[in-house]
Structure formats: structure tokens, C-alpha cells
Design a binder for this molecule. Sequence first.
Ligand code: ATP
Ligand code: MG
Ligand code: MG
Length: 401
Amino acid sequence: MQQGDVTSVSSTGAPRSAVLGVLGGGQLGRMMALAAANLGVRMKCLDPTPDAPAAVAAEHMEGHFRDAQAIEDFVKSKGVDVLTMEIEHINTDALMQAAKDVKVDIEPSPETIRVIQDKFAQKQHFAAAGVPLPEFRNIKCRGCMEATGKAFGYPFMLKAKRLAYDGKGNYVVKTEADIDAAAAALGGYEAGLYAEKFAPFVKELAVMVVRNRDGGVVSYPLVETIHKNNICHVTEAPADVPPAVQANARAVAEKAIACLSGAGIFGVEMFLLGDGTILLNEVAPRPHNSGHYTMDGCVTSQFENHVRAVLGWPLGETRLNAGCAIMLNLLGEADGDEGVRIAHETMAKAYTIPGAKVHWYGKDGMKVGRKVGHINIVANTREEARAKLAQLDAGGLASLQ
Ligand code: ATP
Ligand code: MG
Ligand code: MG
């Protein structure tokens, strides 16, 4: 225990001398660790990378978050009271075992992680709770694919049930002739596949929702997300849609998170169709790229609220603290030094723009497409925020209009 560490929040029954353990120590863990440090909470992380970005503010133990023994050693040797995660692709059997053996409090619950990490199980869970979704069905064989093409029409989405990220694990099946290539690209029928009807969206939206230990949920403002090559590129909050759509999207997101268990922050990705319909795409049980704007744009960041939620503390306010908040991801434009030079150029521009804030992840090594940081722009109006974005990234601005 270091001098000044928070030992309890008396009125809420939060754990005394809480040590927060986090599975994963990438950029999400790093931003969580910085938020935790500001709250006087000691964070420790388990990550296989020697120079994990979270180590800047968390005690880092080398080990894999999918390795059951490593998780158990981490919890025991580091005296973890509350265990959470910055990635959903973890070993949930090990989590459940750890909950029994070492009696660590895991937030959100291992059951929630298990449902979410299998995108088909996730869809089934939300469908049963009445959350609006694109139609979906299990795919076990070539015949199922043909039948799906007839039922859904073309194109439809073929998706891997597990280990998907940044669109890796998705295939757009455009015609019957694509069926074999689609299945092969995703590892074959035995790998675990399912299909979704294509959602003809006019915008992609997202909402961060924070869930407390009693199951109460509070949402953040609605965000529009713009992707480039399936990777989040720009977000704008509040999304430029009518108030009724904003309210409905937040209600759908809250409904989805209310039917899970355990505390923490969740990212909810959605589609807006031309007639105003909102459909849920997927949920992440952790801080999310579409919530990075909250670090400068909202009263309480998604990272701070995650720490407060998992420790059982009162949640912070989620409202915007200015009219508009835009986030621009810094994605590697080239490998190695050239990529670093380009990113630093954008950062240097940001330092000259009032209301622009740089967040650098301190990753070891630069690669094309790698998320290496982001810039938040906070302004009184949407027009002002967009004008500032234009100074940093003209392409990002074009995609918002
Ligand atoms: P992430 O990095 O967000 O975890 P992922 O690999 O899990 O992504 P999805 O979110 O399932 O992938 O899909 C990636 C993108 O593909 C979506 O943001 C959307 O643009 C498109 N997409 C996914 N499902 C559909 C659908 N049913 N209809 C139309 N487009 C879709
Ligand atoms: Mg995903
Ligand atoms: Mg997604």
C-alpha cells in the first residue's frame, strides 16, 4: 500500500484497500490505469507483452490473459480484490475457476464475457431480451449457406463466432458463387460461423453504457462512428441525428446492457436505417474506441466510470461538457520511423488547435493500421469542432458530411 491510496468509500460498501487487477495491458488498460491512478486506486495488469502500454501507470505482470494458470497466479500473487478486463477474448473457464478458487470478485461477470465473446450466443441472448437486431442464423454447412442466401437475399454477412476484431472474421457474401470462398476465408464450417442479414445502414452509431453493481445502467451521449478499412477512424458526439433517434438509440443500448450481469462500462455498436430504425450490431464488455471522446468531452471519462463501477463506487456524470466532441484515431500510416514521423506531424498540428487534446499510447513499434493514439477535439458547436477536425484530417471531415 502506498501512502495516499484509497482504502474505502465508506457509504457505498466498496472493497477496502482495493487492488484492481486487469486482464490485458494495451491502450485501453493504459487509459484505465491513468484514470485509476487519479482516483488513488492501485491497478495491476496481466499482459504477455514485455512493454505493455498500461505499465506506465499500472504494475505489470508478464503472462497471458488466456492462460488459466497465469490468471490464477496473477490474482494470488498480486493480491487482486477486483478483477476486470480490457479485452473480451480471454479464457472464461479460467475466470470461473478463479472466482471459485481464489474468491476474487470479477466484473463484469464471467457469464457476461462468455456470452459476448461468442457473437452468435450474444445475438441469441439479445434477441431473447427483445433487443432489435439484424436477422441472424447459425451456419453449419454449405446447404445452410444456400438456404440463408434464399432467405436473407444477397449480400449477407458471414461472421466468425469467436475472436473477431476490426472486421477480421467477417465476409460479405455477395452472390451464391462466393459461398465456398467465404466459408474458407473464415476457417471453414467447423470453425463456428453464423450469418446476418445485411443491414442497409445510413449511419453507424455507438453508445457507451455504464452498469453499476446493482444492475442500474446509465448511458453516455449518442456517437456517430466512421470506419476506415473496418477500423474506427472518427467519432462525433452527439451524433447528427434527430433527438428522437438519439433517445431511441440510447434506450436500445441501455436495454441491451441491462440484460447482462456484472458491473463496468460497455460499448454498444448500432446501425441506423433510413427509416429511423435502430438495430444493435454488437457489444464490447469494456472501454471502447467509440468512447475515447469522453476523456475530454464528458464530465466523467469512460475509464473513470469503469473503475468506479467495478469497485462499487457511485458513478460519475456522463453528459457532454461542451457542445460537441470529435475524436480522430491516430492509425499507423506506415511501418517504423516513417509512421512515427507522420503521427508526430498530426500531433504537432493538434498542439496548435485550441480544444484539441493528444492521447498517445506508447506502443512499442509502429505498423500500418495500428492504433497508436487519438486526438479529441472539444468545441462549443459542431461546426467549430468539424472545422478543427478539417485542419487535422480532411478525409475524416468529409466522412462526417
Ligand atoms: P470490432 O473491431 O468493432 O470488434 P468486428 O470485427 O467484431 O469489429 P463487426 O462489428 O461485426 O466486426 O462488423 C464490422 C463492420 O462491418 C461494422 O462496423 C459494419 O460496418 C459492418 N457490418 C457488420 N455487420 C453488418 C451487417 N449485418 N450489415 C451490414 N454491415 C455490417
Ligand atoms: Mg467486435
Ligand atoms: Mg464491431
